[in-house]
Ligand binder design. Structure first.
Ligand code: HAM
Length: 420
């Protein structure tokens, strides 16, 4: 094992590509910040119990994919596999829901960990930006969530994504459906593991990707036929609000999510250029989660968008993000005296808010200019002994190639003027 190899299923974000990840995170966050969501940050790990109870004992995430550890003090912790349970835990702990301003609207951005079989688009360490609206049952809130995600993807220039929408019913109607589905599944010829799954979480069986299982599932009872009137009306209202906002979606009655806390509205954003790991984001309503982790009833809705897969989706569509060069000015000193003088100017430029870099270690003009070019700087400031003797520096415009002498005292103001 090489010391210089990132752990299996992980990768490093390095410049210049890392700028794309930052831009994606910012693009997803922007509509949230613009819609009343406040920023929340929670620890990278929580008590295992939180996820076991919240995400669900029968889910792959909890049974197979959690990174768990026992601390020296004996605490059982897990690296967070997702953000919703943590955010709700934090909101309950801080009593955010008692201040009276429900819903509590929060957004977050961070690293998540799942011990999955790595493949393109599926990693053991990945990054999400998410949003949760806690403590309100209002179809407009579900619609808001979906509309904001759509806006985020569109602001990035993505087009080939689809929104899949479903309702999973509530604690009134879902148990009835569950029973009906279970008795249907008991009549099928399934392997042991699937039979077990059918007993614990029959809805997940509908999600089985195997063709022979899917063939047997033809004619299975569908949840839509079992939704109670309240769930039906709620879902119709969500659909109407999204439609009125001009956001296209597809009804997908087979959409079952991999986490147990969902009720009513569930949705997934899929991108058609990504192969098997096509879900770029997902979410839904989780009216029972607060009670599942020991809190009061707090109907809530949220989503998380995968940053890694969103970047892959941009690549699949050939979208180039318009990322401005990090550096505007690059200073190249020729000689010892010039190094001192220009370094002082660099400090001054930076203080003035101009993104500036410097050619270190006194390299020659040719290799310094190569670095200047690589930095993306619009202007290069060059100074040699002769320039300094005359109290000036040269400013080179990297777009036009033109070079002009400017008085040393005037260089900061001149560059500020040129950069607007
Ligand atoms: P999730 O569907 O498990 O939902 O994850 C959301 C997104 O995170 C996925 O659509 C995918 O883009 C990304 N993702 C998940 N696992 C991986 C992985 N192993 N590698 C790369 N990307 C991955 C949740 O996590 C819920 N907490 C969403 C939510 C918020 N529901 C309500 N509020």
């Amino acid at each position: 094992m090489s010391t210089f190899k990132a752990p299996k299923g992980t990768y490093d974000l390095l410049p210049p590509d890392s700028a794309k990840f930052l831009a994606v995170r910012e693009a997803i966050a922007a509509p949230l910040k613009n819609s009343g969501y406040g920023y929340i940050e929670t620890p990278g790990f929580e008590n295992v119990e939180l996820f076991a109870r919240g995400v669900g004992e029968s889910t792959d995430i909890v049974t197979k994919e959690m990174y768990t550890l026992t601390t020296k003090g004996g605490d059982e912790l897990a690296l967070r596999p997702e953000g919703t349970a943590s955010v709700l835990r934090a909101a309950l702990e801080a009593n955010l829901h008692k201040v009276g301003n429900l819903p509590v609207k929060l957004w977050y951005s961070g690293s998540y960990y799942r011990y999955e079989r790595p493949q393109k688009g599926r990693y053991r360490h990945f990054s999400q930006v998410g949003a949760e609206a806690i403590g309100a049952e209002d179809p407009a809130l579900d619609a808001e969530m979906i509309i904001l995600a759509d806006q985020a993807y569109r602001s990035l220039g993505l087009q080939n994504f689809r929104i899949l929408l479903n309702s999973l019913g509530d604690k009134e109607c879902r148990p009835v459906y569950r029973e009906a589905l279970q008795s249907f599944l008991r009549g099928l010829d399934l392997d042991e593991e699937t039979i077990r799954r059918a007993e614990i979480n029959p809805l997940r069986v509908l999600d089985d990707k195997r063709a022979d299982v899917q063939k047997q599932l033809v004619g299975a009872p569908v949840l839509r036929d079992y939704l109670c009137d309240a769930c039906k009306a709620y879902h119709e209202e969500v659909r109407a609000l999204i439609t009125a906002a001009g956001v296209a979606f597809e009804d997908d009655e087979k959409l079952v999510r991999g986490l147990d806390y969902y009720t009513r509205t569930t949705f997934e954003f899929v991108h058609d250029g990504l192969g098997s790991q096509s879900a770029v984001g997902g979410g839904g309503r989780y009216d029972g989660l607060s009670e599942m982790i020991g809190g009061p009833a707090l109907p809530s809705v949220g989503w998380a968008l995968g940053v890694d897969r969103t970047v892959l989706a941009l690549e699949a569509e050939g979208v180039e993000l318009d990322i401005p060069a990090a550096t505007s000015v690059y200073a190249v000193p020729l000689g010892e005296e010039a190094r001192r003088v220009l370094f002082a100017k660099v400090v001054e430029l930076r203080k003035a808010g101009v993104a500036t870099d410097f050619s270190f270690t006194g390299r020659g003009l040719k290799s310094a200019m190569k670095n200047a070019h690589r930095s993306g700087a619009r202007y290069v400031v060059v100074a040699g002994e002769r320039d300094l003797a005359e109290g000036q520096v040269q400013i080179k415009d990297m777009d036009s190639g033109e070079q002009e002498p400017v008085a040393l005292d005037a260089v900061v103001a001149e560059l500020q003027r040129r950069l607007g």
